[in-house]
Write a protein that binds this ligand. Structure first.
Ligand code: WQD
Length: 335
Protein backbone atom coordinates (compact mmCIF):
# COMPACT_ATOMS: atom_id res chain seq x y z
CA UNK A 1 0.00 0.00 0.00
CA UNK A 2 0.97 3.65 -0.44
CA UNK A 3 0.94 5.20 3.03
CA UNK A 4 1.20 8.84 4.06
CA UNK A 5 2.65 9.18 7.58
CA UNK A 6 1.62 12.44 9.25
CA UNK A 7 4.22 13.28 11.90
CA UNK A 8 6.49 10.79 10.13
CA UNK A 9 9.68 12.66 11.14
CA UNK A 10 8.91 12.06 14.82
CA UNK A 11 10.06 9.29 17.15
CA UNK A 12 7.25 6.79 16.41
CA UNK A 13 6.83 7.99 12.82
CA UNK A 14 10.45 7.48 11.77
CA UNK A 15 10.48 3.92 13.10
CA UNK A 16 7.11 3.18 11.50
CA UNK A 17 8.40 4.53 8.17
CA UNK A 18 11.20 1.92 8.14
CA UNK A 19 8.87 -0.86 9.27
CA UNK A 20 6.48 -0.08 6.38
CA UNK A 21 9.30 -0.27 3.82
CA UNK A 22 10.59 -3.49 5.41
CA UNK A 23 7.12 -4.97 4.86
CA UNK A 24 7.00 -4.00 1.19
CA UNK A 25 4.77 -0.93 1.51
CA UNK A 26 5.54 2.52 0.07
CA UNK A 27 5.60 5.48 2.44
CA UNK A 28 5.88 9.27 2.39
CA UNK A 29 6.28 11.66 5.31
CA UNK A 30 4.26 14.78 6.09
CA UNK A 31 5.66 16.85 8.94
CA UNK A 32 5.86 20.48 10.08
CA UNK A 33 9.04 19.74 12.09
CA UNK A 34 7.57 21.38 15.20
CA UNK A 35 8.80 18.40 17.21
CA UNK A 36 10.95 16.47 14.74
CA UNK A 37 14.29 17.19 13.13
CA UNK A 38 15.11 17.38 9.43
CA UNK A 39 18.15 15.24 10.23
CA UNK A 40 15.75 12.32 10.60
CA UNK A 41 14.94 12.53 6.90
CA UNK A 42 18.62 12.12 5.98
CA UNK A 43 18.97 9.22 8.42
CA UNK A 44 15.88 7.49 6.97
CA UNK A 45 17.24 7.90 3.44
CA UNK A 46 20.53 6.37 4.61
CA UNK A 47 18.81 3.45 6.40
CA UNK A 48 16.30 2.75 3.62
CA UNK A 49 18.81 3.25 0.80
CA UNK A 50 16.44 5.54 -1.12
CA UNK A 51 15.29 9.17 -1.07
CA UNK A 52 12.41 9.99 1.29
CA UNK A 53 9.29 11.60 -0.21
CA UNK A 54 8.67 14.55 2.19
CA UNK A 55 5.80 17.04 2.41
CA UNK A 56 6.74 19.86 4.78
CA UNK A 57 3.43 21.32 5.91
CA UNK A 58 1.10 21.52 8.91
CA UNK A 59 -1.98 19.28 8.81
CA UNK A 60 -3.99 22.26 10.12
CA UNK A 61 -3.26 23.96 6.79
CA UNK A 62 -6.00 22.43 4.63
CA UNK A 63 -4.38 23.75 1.43
CA UNK A 64 -0.92 22.35 2.17
CA UNK A 65 -2.39 19.08 3.37
CA UNK A 66 -4.66 18.84 0.33
CA UNK A 67 -1.75 19.43 -2.02
CA UNK A 68 0.19 16.60 -0.37
CA UNK A 69 -2.78 14.22 -0.60
CA UNK A 70 -3.30 15.15 -4.27
CA UNK A 71 0.37 14.76 -5.11
CA UNK A 72 1.03 11.49 -3.27
CA UNK A 73 -2.48 9.97 -3.60
CA UNK A 74 -2.00 7.49 -0.72
CA UNK A 75 -4.21 4.45 -0.18
CA UNK A 76 -4.08 5.07 3.57
CA UNK A 77 -2.95 7.61 6.17
CA UNK A 78 -1.18 6.70 9.40
CA UNK A 79 -1.92 9.73 11.56
CA UNK A 80 0.81 10.35 14.14
CA UNK A 81 1.13 14.16 14.02
CA UNK A 82 0.13 15.86 17.26
CA UNK A 83 1.27 17.00 20.69
CA UNK A 84 1.86 14.35 23.38
CA UNK A 85 3.25 15.76 26.63
CA UNK A 86 0.82 15.19 29.48
CA UNK A 87 2.03 18.00 31.76
CA UNK A 88 2.21 20.47 28.85
CA UNK A 89 -1.39 19.61 27.92
CA UNK A 90 -2.54 20.64 31.42
CA UNK A 91 -0.85 24.04 31.01
CA UNK A 92 -1.85 24.64 27.36
CA UNK A 93 -5.11 22.71 26.73
CA UNK A 94 -6.16 24.82 23.72
CA UNK A 95 -2.89 24.02 21.92
CA UNK A 96 -3.67 20.32 22.44
CA UNK A 97 -7.25 20.61 21.18
CA UNK A 98 -6.02 22.60 18.18
CA UNK A 99 -3.09 20.33 17.23
CA UNK A 100 -4.78 17.05 18.08
CA UNK A 101 -8.54 17.50 17.54
CA UNK A 102 -9.01 20.37 15.06
CA UNK A 103 -6.07 19.07 13.01
CA UNK A 104 -7.55 15.55 12.88
CA UNK A 105 -10.89 17.03 11.78
CA UNK A 106 -9.14 18.85 8.91
CA UNK A 107 -7.29 15.68 7.94
CA UNK A 108 -10.47 13.55 7.90
CA UNK A 109 -12.28 16.18 5.82
CA UNK A 110 -9.50 16.49 3.24
CA UNK A 111 -9.18 12.69 3.05
CA UNK A 112 -12.96 12.31 2.58
CA UNK A 113 -12.95 14.86 -0.22
CA UNK A 114 -10.42 12.71 -2.08
CA UNK A 115 -12.06 9.40 -1.28
CA UNK A 116 -9.04 8.36 0.81
CA UNK A 117 -10.92 6.44 3.50
CA UNK A 118 -8.39 4.28 5.32
CA UNK A 119 -6.75 5.52 8.52
CA UNK A 120 -4.57 4.15 11.32
CA UNK A 121 -4.67 6.54 14.28
CA UNK A 122 -2.05 7.03 16.98
CA UNK A 123 -3.99 7.01 20.22
CA UNK A 124 -2.80 6.39 23.78
CA UNK A 125 -3.37 4.45 26.99
CA UNK A 126 -3.88 7.88 28.56
CA UNK A 127 -7.52 7.62 27.36
CA UNK A 128 -8.17 5.12 30.16
CA UNK A 129 -7.27 7.47 33.03
CA UNK A 130 -6.84 5.79 36.43
CA UNK A 131 -7.15 1.98 36.01
CA UNK A 132 -10.26 0.44 37.60
CA UNK A 133 -9.11 -3.07 36.64
CA UNK A 134 -5.82 -4.52 35.39
CA UNK A 135 -4.56 -5.47 32.90
CA UNK A 136 -6.22 -2.66 30.92
CA UNK A 137 -8.41 -4.12 28.17
CA UNK A 138 -9.83 -2.08 25.30
CA UNK A 139 -13.27 -2.42 26.99
CA UNK A 140 -11.99 -0.63 30.11
CA UNK A 141 -13.87 2.64 30.75
CA UNK A 142 -12.24 5.70 29.20
CA UNK A 143 -11.92 8.57 31.68
CA UNK A 144 -8.86 10.58 30.64
CA UNK A 145 -7.52 12.82 33.43
CA UNK A 146 -5.64 15.31 31.27
CA UNK A 147 -6.26 17.28 28.05
CA UNK A 148 -3.75 15.10 26.16
CA UNK A 149 -5.73 11.91 26.83
CA UNK A 150 -9.05 13.74 26.33
CA UNK A 151 -7.94 15.10 22.94
CA UNK A 152 -6.95 11.62 21.75
CA UNK A 153 -10.28 10.16 22.92
CA UNK A 154 -12.15 12.89 21.02
CA UNK A 155 -10.36 11.95 17.81
CA UNK A 156 -11.13 8.26 18.42
CA UNK A 157 -14.81 9.19 18.73
CA UNK A 158 -14.71 11.41 15.61
CA UNK A 159 -13.29 8.53 13.58
CA UNK A 160 -15.79 5.99 14.99
CA UNK A 161 -18.71 8.29 14.15
CA UNK A 162 -17.36 8.84 10.64
CA UNK A 163 -17.07 5.09 9.99
CA UNK A 164 -20.71 4.63 11.10
CA UNK A 165 -21.87 7.48 8.86
CA UNK A 166 -19.86 6.30 5.86
CA UNK A 167 -18.99 2.57 5.91
CA UNK A 168 -16.59 3.08 3.02
CA UNK A 169 -14.22 4.24 5.76
CA UNK A 170 -12.03 1.76 7.63
CA UNK A 171 -10.01 2.62 10.71
CA UNK A 172 -7.73 1.12 13.34
CA UNK A 173 -7.13 3.05 16.57
CA UNK A 174 -3.92 2.11 18.39
CA UNK A 175 -3.63 2.84 22.12
CA UNK A 176 0.12 3.01 22.84
CA UNK A 177 1.46 2.21 26.28
CA UNK A 178 5.01 3.47 26.96
CA UNK A 179 7.15 3.53 23.80
CA UNK A 180 10.91 3.43 24.52
CA UNK A 181 14.16 2.31 22.89
CA UNK A 182 15.54 2.99 19.41
CA UNK A 183 16.26 1.40 16.04
CA UNK A 184 19.04 -1.22 16.38
CA UNK A 185 21.29 0.86 14.06
CA UNK A 186 21.46 3.69 16.60
CA UNK A 187 20.83 6.15 13.75
CA UNK A 188 17.28 7.11 14.77
CA UNK A 189 15.83 7.36 18.27
CA UNK A 190 14.07 9.54 20.79
CA UNK A 191 15.31 13.14 20.86
CA UNK A 192 13.13 15.15 23.25
CA UNK A 193 13.41 18.95 23.29
CA UNK A 194 14.98 20.10 26.59
CA UNK A 195 14.69 18.09 29.81
CA UNK A 196 12.70 14.88 29.15
CA UNK A 197 9.40 14.39 30.98
CA UNK A 198 9.44 10.64 30.41
CA UNK A 199 11.52 8.16 32.42
CA UNK A 200 13.66 6.34 29.86
CA UNK A 201 14.96 9.37 27.91
CA UNK A 202 15.74 10.97 31.30
CA UNK A 203 17.66 7.88 32.45
CA UNK A 204 19.48 7.88 29.10
CA UNK A 205 20.65 11.47 29.67
CA UNK A 206 21.89 10.59 33.17
CA UNK A 207 23.72 7.58 31.68
CA UNK A 208 25.45 9.77 29.09
CA UNK A 209 26.35 12.38 31.75
CA UNK A 210 24.05 15.14 30.49
CA UNK A 211 21.95 15.04 33.70
CA UNK A 212 23.11 14.34 37.27
CA UNK A 213 20.63 11.82 38.68
CA UNK A 214 17.21 10.32 38.18
CA UNK A 215 14.40 11.63 40.39
CA UNK A 216 12.22 8.64 41.21
CA UNK A 217 8.72 10.02 41.67
CA UNK A 218 7.48 8.07 44.68
CA UNK A 219 8.32 4.71 46.22
CA UNK A 220 5.11 4.21 48.19
CA UNK A 221 2.93 2.75 45.46
CA UNK A 222 1.32 -0.69 45.82
CA UNK A 223 4.07 -2.36 43.75
CA UNK A 224 6.81 -4.87 44.65
CA UNK A 225 9.47 -2.18 45.14
CA UNK A 226 7.09 0.75 45.74
CA UNK A 227 7.98 2.59 42.52
CA UNK A 228 5.58 3.15 39.61
CA UNK A 229 4.91 0.25 37.24
CA UNK A 230 4.39 0.78 33.48
CA UNK A 231 4.11 -1.28 30.31
CA UNK A 232 7.19 -0.24 28.30
CA UNK A 233 7.16 -1.30 24.66
CA UNK A 234 10.10 -1.23 22.23
CA UNK A 235 9.49 1.42 19.57
CA UNK A 236 10.36 -1.13 16.85
CA UNK A 237 7.64 -3.46 18.17
CA UNK A 238 5.26 -0.51 18.15
CA UNK A 239 6.23 0.27 14.54
CA UNK A 240 5.49 -3.32 13.51
CA UNK A 241 2.11 -2.95 15.21
CA UNK A 242 1.23 -0.18 12.74
CA UNK A 243 2.02 -2.43 9.79
CA UNK A 244 -0.15 -5.17 11.28
CA UNK A 245 -2.93 -2.58 11.80
CA UNK A 246 -2.67 -1.40 8.17
CA UNK A 247 -3.08 -4.94 6.95
CA UNK A 248 -6.12 -5.49 9.21
CA UNK A 249 -8.13 -2.47 7.96
CA UNK A 250 -11.63 -3.48 6.88
CA UNK A 251 -14.45 -1.35 5.50
CA UNK A 252 -17.09 -0.17 7.94
CA UNK A 253 -15.02 -0.98 11.00
CA UNK A 254 -13.09 1.14 13.52
CA UNK A 255 -11.17 -1.38 15.63
CA UNK A 256 -9.29 -0.43 18.81
CA UNK A 257 -6.10 -2.21 19.97
CA UNK A 258 -3.70 -1.82 22.89
CA UNK A 259 -0.04 -1.86 21.87
CA UNK A 260 2.05 -2.91 24.85
CA UNK A 261 3.85 -6.00 26.12
CA UNK A 262 1.29 -6.99 28.77
CA UNK A 263 4.08 -6.84 31.37
CA UNK A 264 4.64 -4.12 34.00
CA UNK A 265 8.13 -2.92 34.93
CA UNK A 266 8.93 -0.60 37.86
CA UNK A 267 11.09 2.51 37.76
CA UNK A 268 13.82 0.66 39.65
CA UNK A 269 13.55 -2.28 37.19
CA UNK A 270 14.23 0.20 34.38
CA UNK A 271 17.18 1.79 36.17
CA UNK A 272 18.66 -1.65 36.86
CA UNK A 273 18.21 -2.75 33.23
CA UNK A 274 19.77 0.50 32.03
CA UNK A 275 22.80 0.06 34.32
CA UNK A 276 23.29 -3.38 32.77
CA UNK A 277 22.99 -1.91 29.26
CA UNK A 278 25.46 0.95 29.78
CA UNK A 279 27.66 -0.83 32.33
CA UNK A 280 27.70 2.17 34.68
CA UNK A 281 25.85 3.24 37.84
CA UNK A 282 22.73 5.38 37.35
CA UNK A 283 22.42 7.60 40.43
CA UNK A 284 18.88 8.28 41.63
CA UNK A 285 17.02 9.92 44.47
CA UNK A 286 13.52 9.11 45.72
CA UNK A 287 11.25 12.19 45.46
CA UNK A 288 7.56 12.83 46.09
CA UNK A 289 5.00 11.39 43.71
CA UNK A 290 4.34 13.38 40.51
CA UNK A 291 0.84 14.93 40.66
CA UNK A 292 -1.66 12.78 38.75
CA UNK A 293 0.61 9.74 38.51
CA UNK A 294 -1.05 6.36 39.04
CA UNK A 295 0.93 3.43 40.48
CA UNK A 296 0.29 0.61 38.05
CA UNK A 297 -0.54 0.62 34.34
CA UNK A 298 -0.10 -2.32 31.97
CA UNK A 299 -1.97 -3.62 28.95
CA UNK A 300 -4.16 -6.56 28.06
CA UNK A 301 -2.71 -7.25 24.61
CA UNK A 302 -4.75 -10.38 23.81
CA UNK A 303 -6.91 -8.66 21.17
CA UNK A 304 -3.87 -7.50 19.15
CA UNK A 305 -2.45 -11.03 19.37
CA UNK A 306 -5.71 -12.63 18.20
CA UNK A 307 -6.84 -10.15 15.55
CA UNK A 308 -3.62 -8.48 14.36
CA UNK A 309 -1.49 -11.61 14.90
CA UNK A 310 0.98 -9.16 16.47
CA UNK A 311 2.86 -9.23 19.77
CA UNK A 312 5.85 -7.42 21.21
CA UNK A 313 9.11 -9.35 20.80
CA UNK A 314 11.55 -7.21 22.82
CA UNK A 315 12.00 -7.22 26.60
CA UNK A 316 13.12 -4.38 28.86
CA UNK A 317 16.78 -5.37 28.48
CA UNK A 318 16.51 -4.99 24.68
CA UNK A 319 14.78 -1.62 25.11
CA UNK A 320 17.52 -0.29 27.40
CA UNK A 321 20.30 -1.74 25.21
CA UNK A 322 18.94 -0.02 22.09
CA UNK A 323 18.14 3.20 23.94
CA UNK A 324 21.71 3.32 25.27
CA UNK A 325 23.19 2.54 21.84
CA UNK A 326 21.27 5.51 20.36
CA UNK A 327 22.12 7.83 23.28
CA UNK A 328 25.87 7.09 23.33
CA UNK A 329 26.09 7.57 19.54
CA UNK A 330 23.92 10.71 19.62
CA UNK A 331 24.51 12.33 23.07
CA UNK A 332 22.62 15.44 21.94
CA UNK A 333 19.98 13.59 19.98
CA UNK A 334 19.53 15.15 16.54
CA UNK A 335 20.85 18.58 17.63
C1 WQD B 1 6.82 6.40 33.70
C2 WQD B 1 7.08 6.08 35.17
C3 WQD B 1 6.70 7.98 36.60
C4 WQD B 1 10.00 10.35 34.94
C5 WQD B 1 3.53 9.01 29.50
C6 WQD B 1 2.39 9.86 28.99
C7 WQD B 1 2.30 9.82 27.54
C8 WQD B 1 2.32 8.42 27.01
C9 WQD B 1 3.17 7.45 27.83
C10 WQD B 1 2.04 8.48 24.63
C11 WQD B 1 6.04 6.71 36.10
C12 WQD B 1 8.18 7.57 36.62
C13 WQD B 1 9.07 9.36 35.20
C14 WQD B 1 11.02 10.62 35.90
C15 WQD B 1 10.09 8.94 37.33
N1 WQD B 1 2.88 8.49 25.70
N2 WQD B 1 9.13 8.67 36.38
N3 WQD B 1 11.02 9.91 37.08
O1 WQD B 1 3.63 9.02 32.74
O2 WQD B 1 3.52 6.50 32.25
O3 WQD B 1 3.05 8.11 30.47
O4 WQD B 1 4.12 8.23 28.50
O5 WQD B 1 0.89 8.37 24.63
O6 WQD B 1 3.41 10.58 27.07
O7 WQD B 1 1.17 9.39 29.44
O8 WQD B 1 5.40 7.87 31.34
O9 WQD B 1 7.85 7.94 31.34
O10 WQD B 1 6.57 9.94 32.27
O11 WQD B 1 6.62 7.81 33.57
O12 WQD B 1 10.12 8.28 38.41
O13 WQD B 1 11.90 11.51 35.72
O14 WQD B 1 8.33 6.66 35.56
O15 WQD B 1 6.26 8.33 37.90
O16 WQD B 1 5.84 5.82 37.18
P1 WQD B 1 3.86 7.87 31.82
P2 WQD B 1 6.66 8.47 32.09
Amino acid sequence: MKVLLTGGAGYIGSHTFLSLLDSGHQAAILDNFSNGSRVVIDRLAELSGSPVRLYETDIRDAEGLGAALDDYAPDCVIHLAGLKAVSESVSYPLAYYDNNVVAAHTLLQEMSRRNIKKIVFSSTAAVYGAPQALPLSTNHPTNPVNPYGASKLMVERMIQDLVVADPDWSAVLLRYFNPVGAHSSGRIGESPNGIPNNLVPYVAMVAVGALKQVHVFGNDFETPDGTGLRDYIHVSDLARGHVAALEALSAGRAEIFNLGTGKGRSVLDVIQAYEKACNRKIPYEIKDRRPGDVGVVYADVSKAAEVLKWKALHDIEDMCRDSWNWQRLNPRGYQ
